[in-house]
Design a binder for this molecule. Structure first.
Ligand SMILES: Nc1ncnc2c1ncn2[C@@H]1O[C@H](COP(=O)(O)OP(=O)(O)OP(=O)(O)O)[C@@H](O)[C@H]1O
Length: 404
């Protein structure tokens, strides 16, 4: 390009060629150059056209990309980063898929990352660590207000829970001196509304521990694909809040006997349970975290969960007996304006099959009867009517459940 006239290789012999020959030669050279110029111009035009085409394609793709990011995206969790691509599992339908991601995006991903994927399952972006999922399944109570005095008719159960949960938190040296490991987990089992949650809350209160509750059913049914991760998160939250009482309600939802079905939902539950077992087996590192689980379906539990070192204290929390019912009536009427004719022994006689939760409901309902009657004092009749109403409602419920 920097050629000057001096450098140009002339198409004739400077000494020998006549003027005419020089002109001829130059004309020929000019023709060639013009031809080449023409050719170059054509190429330039082609390149320009090509450039325009790519420019348009770029604009279209940018637009599509923008649209893809705007249209609803699906949430998935990264399972594995492989040479062939990234394996993701979609939330909701629980299906796994192999998808490709850009190098740039790949460096940002790791197993368990939550990502947003588009219709064709391409990863569009990584989502922030989701603290609200934790919040939705976990209830963290730094100072639960239930005390042992609020619980009626469960003296032996209370004693056992205190020994297994309270002692290791309060006096760990006792176990060291005696030379035994403290029991790791306590499993409370019994019908609904008998005070299992109350026991766990009261022990957390007594030991100034944080009470962390999670329901097994929510884990596997609400957040499909996240169960195992949530179990890990749960133990992490417990460790962050030591001393803590970790209460896993409805543990049967994640730890029931395996059925033969091999559905993906089943595999998901299985994975969640495996994670729970492995967290429990890592007991040494759990420090000041005690685990209490509860179930209404003891018969359904997978024996793996009951192996020594896991839930090795099984405590039955039954419906209250006569004396228990009487105490529970007294507890729930402590702050009520009860008339002198109210006889708790007789109430305990009447409400034969009531659970603690039923008794609480009877007391509230009795108060409502008084209010409806424009009274501030609650009579024996109010309690009896309340029991009739509540037992009829629960019969209706069980009838409709049986026909559902
Ligand atoms: N033994 C009890 N003494 C006093 N109140 C009780 C007792 N059992 C249950 N209650 C009342 O019933 C309510 C529900 O009890 P709780 O949540 O502890 O039952 P649960 O056994 O955990 O039930 P579920 O299995 O349905 O989770 C309590 O808040 C309390 O008012």
């Amino acid at each position: 390009m920097t050629d000057t006239v001096d450098d140009v290789d002339l198409p004739y012999d400077e000494e020998a060629a006549s003027q005419q020959e020089k002109i001829e030669a130059l004309r020929e050279r000019l023709d060639v150059l013009e031809g080449q110029n023409e050719e170059m111009r054509d190429k330039l035009l082609d390149a320009n056209a090509e450039n325009n085409k790519y420019q348009q394609k770029l604009e279209r793709l940018t637009h599509e990309n923008k649209k893809l990011k705007q249209s609803p995206l699906f949430v998935a969790t990264v399972q594995e980063l492989t040479d062939e691509g990234v394996i993701i599992k979609q939330h909701g339908n629980n299906q796994e898929a192999l998808t490709e991601v850009t190098e740039e995006m790949r460096t940002d991903l790791e197993p368990d990352s939550r990502v947003a994927v588009n219709n064709s399952l391409s990863v569009v972006k990584r989502l922030d660590k989701e603290t609200d999922v934790r919040a939705r399944v976990m209830q963290v109570d730094h100072s639960p207000d239930v005390t042992y005095e609020d619980i009626g008719g469960l003296e032996t159960q209370m004693q056992e829970v205190r020994e297994t949960v309270e002692m290791p938190l309060d006096r760990p040296e006792m176990f060291e001196q005696v030379g035994i490991d403290p029991p790791s987990g306590v499993l409370l089992h019994g019908p609904p509304g008998t005070g299992k949650t109350m026991l766990a809350k009261a022990v957390a209160n007594q030991t100034d521990a944080t009470f962390i509750k999670m329901a097994g059913s929510e884990l596997v049914h609400k957040f499909i694909g996240e169960g195992a991760k949530l179990v890990r998160d749960l133990f992490e939250v417990a460790r962050e809040n030591e001393p803590a009482v970790l209460f896993i309600d409805e543990i049967d939802a994640i730890a029931s006997k395996r059925t033969d079905s091999k559905t993906s939902g089943d595999a998901e539950v299985q994975r969640t349970m495996m994670q729970l077992l492995s967290e429990m087996d890592g007991f040494e590192e759990r420090g000041d975290v005690r685990i209490i689980a509860a179930t209404n379906r003891f018969d359904m539990l997978d024996p793996a969960i009951l192996r020594p070192g896991r839930f090795d204290r099984l405590i039955e929390v039954p419906k209250p007996d006569h004396a228990g019912r009487e105490i529970i009536f007294k507890i729930h009427t402590r702050n009520m304006n009860v008339a002198d004719d109210v006889d708790f022994v007789e109430l305990a006689d009447v409400a034969t099959d009531a659970s603690g939760a039923d008794i609480k409901a009877i007391c509230t309902e009795a108060g409502m009867f008084a209010i409806r009657d424009d009274r501030t004092e609650i009579y024996m009749d109010d309690f009896v009517s309340a029991w009739e109403k509540i037992s009829a409602e629960s019969t209706d419920e069980s009838v409709s459940r049986a026909f559902a």
